[in-house]
Design a protein around this ligand. Structure first.
Ligand SMILES: [Zn+2]
Length: 256
């Protein structure tokens, strides 16, 4: 089983990490990470450890993120970000991927992943770089940090505001990771339902019990479920989280 530790940089409320139009870096990062998780789930023999708070409510400290990845013996770590230069709108642009200085395994992972991210974002290739970033230094496994584009770029923000671009970028990331480890596609694909809201009420619809099994294995997210009988059926209160379902439809609910 290949263990992929992945996280969206920062949290929704992290000061400063936003575009000049007050869009949150975490929200852009999260969309790519969620897509990557969904597409990785389409491969056999992979488990995912998510390092950030999937609701965005808290900015998980970097030490907690790397400790979680190290304690789980993750095989790789991917930290997903979007860049900023001055914080005012400008015309700088491009995608870059970082590894720890002197880490040949980090460099080789970056070489696998970077071209697909550049291709799906459709922005200038700023190259593979090395930097003494905390998460790259403190991770025991090959680790990369990706900057998909600049939040304060009038060029890049157009890509970042396009959910299709971010979804394709997550797919490119997942496919590159799968290629790196030689993972095979599942014959029948599960799908994800992602819910990012304080709660969502649903009546007797999907088979939430399926998802609870996945969650109890600790492989996806902690999900709190509540239910009570109503008129011969059950109401389910679904908290924020990422749920796996055998249903082939992929549904997202966002409130932020
Ligand atoms: Zn960032």
């Amino acid at each position: 089983m290949v263990k992929v530790a992945i996280g969206a940089g920062h949290g929704y409320y992290t000061p400063g990490k936003r575009s000049p139009a007050d869009e949150r870096e975490w929200s852009f990062n999260n969309k790519v990470v969620v897509a990557a998780m969904m597409y990785l789930n389409g491969y056999e023999n992979v488990s995912i450890i998510r390092l950030d708070d999937p609701t965005g409510n808290t900015d998980v400290p970097l030490s907690d993120r790397t400790n979680n990845a190290n304690n789980a013996n993750a095989d790789i770590l991917v930290s997903y970000h979007h860049n900023a230069y001055t914080g005012e709108w400008g015309s700088w642009t491009g995608t870059e991927t970082y590894h720890y200085p002197g880490s040949s395994s980090g460099y080789s992972l970056a070489q696998k992943v970077h071209p697909g991210i550049v291709g799906s974002m459709g922005l200038r290739d700023r190259g593979i770089k090395n930097e003494n970033f905390y998460m790259l230094r403190e991770s025991n496994m090959p680790a990369i940090l990706i900057e998909g584009g600049f939040m304060d770029s009038t060029i890049d923000i157009q890509k970042m505001r396009d959910d299709t671009v971010l979804d394709n970028t997550g797919k490119a990331l997942a496919d590159a990771i799968a290629s790196h480890f030689g993972l095979e596609k599942k014959s029948s694909g599960d799908a994800f339902i992602e819910i990012i809201t304080d709660s969502l009420w649903t009546y007797n619809t999907p088979d939430w019990d399926d998802k609870a099994v996945i969650v109890s294995r600790g492989e996806v997210f902690t999900v709190i479920r509540d239910k009570f009988p109503v008129g011969g059926g059950h109401m389910y209160q679904i908290k924020s989280g990422l749920y796996i379902t055998a249903n082939t439809n992929y549904v997202r609910y966002y409130t932020k």
